[in-house]
Design a protein around this ligand. Sequence first.
Ligand SMILES: Cc1cc2nc3c(=O)[nH]c(=O)nc-3n(C[C@H](O)[C@H](O)[C@H](O)COP(=O)(O)OP(=O)(O)OC[C@H]3O[C@@H](n4cnc5c(N)ncnc54)[C@H](O)[C@@H]3O)c2cc1C
Length: 450
Amino acid sequence: MVSYDVVVIGSGIAGASLAYFLSRSGFKTLVVDVKPFERIGDKPCGDAIGKHHFDELGLEAPPDDVIEGYVEGIDVYSPLEKVKYRVVGEGYEIHRVKYTKYLLSEAINRGVDFWGETQGVEPLVKEGFVVGVSVWVRGKGKHEVSSKILVDASGMARAIVRRLDDKWPVREDIDQKDLNIAYREVRRLKKEIEEPEILRIYVSKKIAPGGYWWFFPYSKERNVVNVGLGTQGGMNYPNPKDLLHQHIISREEFAGSEVIEAGGAAVPTRRPIKTLVWNGIAVTGDAAYAVNPVHGGGKGSAMLASWCISKSIIHALETGDSSARSLWEANICFNRRYGAKQAALDIFRLFLQKLSDDDLEYGMSRKIIKEEDLNEVSLRGDLELSVVEKAMRLLAGLSRPSLLFKLRRVAHYMSDVKRLYLNYPEEPEGLLKWYEEVEKLYSRFKEEIS
Ligand SMILES: Cc1cc2nc3c(=O)[nH]c(=O)nc-3n(C[C@H](O)[C@H](O)[C@H](O)COP(=O)(O)OP(=O)(O)OC[C@H]3O[C@@H](n4cnc5c(N)ncnc54)[C@H](O)[C@@H]3O)c2cc1C
């Protein structure tokens, strides 16, 4: 049997960035993907990523030739498109295939092995530890590969963790209602786009129930746009492709436009998985639900999860101990930097999904939450109670006081859940009890808003 220190299943942004981070350590690492090298990173995406993700991880900004456009901010439109909030922030529209291949190539140059057209089939388990994986190599058949640590970076396929017994805490299946079903097209328009450095998000229950639709220009070309739509899963809403065509592509600005690419996929939009690691195994990216629950962006948080996991893996390999305890720091690292905010944003997402278009139009036109507050919510997952209290005083006597009361409850829940995640258990033994608290808090919230 072939042996590696680390085997990574899947080479999307999560697997490729993990390989990149690990490649500096010199440990023997193998990455496998069902796709051939040429198609690495090729999946439907809005392609937007904030610059801060690279800064936070000490990564160089992506090279100019992998960038489709430079971003200076996002406009969020109300359901009637009468009100718009601008959230300023630098970012990129990134060429997903070129950037993922860039990360993987850097790792390969430093000694990481890559097997393309290879499917991770099943984890090998011995005495409570994952000790390897069986893989199916195209044209060569089935092989077993031993690993000290196996990483599931297979995206929503969750190809490895879903084959573990459900007593393993790294296997936590997802409720369909916590998924967003998204479809997007890259289109060349007949006319140049105004302000192509500004991305646009439109919230409208009528057009995109439980989600939103987006218009993300690739500013380098000026007339190319990534346009897509996502709806909440498990609700029997119409197909997002049909909704996009019916309500958006039928608009005047798309007349005569040409489709360059098209496709859809599911995105997890919930709090993170309860643990990123267990004995001999780690899970990262979409497979670990490391995605912003409000806007569905998952590339930056996938890189962060992989960065935290790489540090724990190096520690475990250096100490010769691949137990959950030895890998545990990955959870603390991720939750402090992102998971706590993600869990708070999950509360906000559940609240937003309950609002009607009228509520949203009213809330945005009355500036119940202002642009700067929206920025704070999206950057830190904080909806300051003082902001809500101020709005309640200012708007006293106006219609819909219930909306403000609800918002106050949301702010409380967001701060409570954030605190819980910042107090993530220091050791695996505390996980079950802690997670019971998390589940109780979410059930209470769901009951309150239902
Ligand atoms: C329509 C849409 C729009 C989006 N827009 C944005 C956006 O604008 N910005 C943003 O940040 N995020 C966005 N996201 C989310 C983002 O695309 C994901 O969060 C991110 O790509 C997750 O990366 P990943 O590496 O975890 O998973 P993936 O990119 O899905 O990669 C998983 C890899 O594993 C491989 N694989 C699967 N099963 C196996 C197996 N059994 N064996 C071997 N290999 C396997 C796959 O081939 C793939 O290469 C969007 C998602 C969708 C669907």
